[in-house]
Design a binder for this molecule. Structure first.
Ligand SMILES: [Zn+2]
Length: 67
């Protein structure tokens, strides 16, 4: 099993997945496996990290919005 980790675009501002407001301080991140690809007999999983940040509007820790 191979993993392909998708790198994050650092210039992108993380937005709240609930209200769309800009998120505040970094809280945590977790990996998400999105897809299994079969290429030439290999199975690869596509992985990216999703951040959790504090949203001032929701006053909660929210996951960033994934487009
Ligand atoms: Zn919010």
């Amino acid at each position: 099993m191979r993993e392909i980790v998708l790198e994050k675009d650092e210039s992108k501002v993380p937005l709240c997945s609930a209200c769309g407001h800009k998120l505040g301080h970094y809280h945590d991140r977790y990996s998400m496996e999105v897809k299994h690809l079969k290429v030439f007999g290999w199975t690869a999983s596509l992985v990216f990290f999703r951040e959790k940040r504090h949203c001032d509007v929701c006053n909660k820790v929210r996951s960033e919005l994934i487009e």
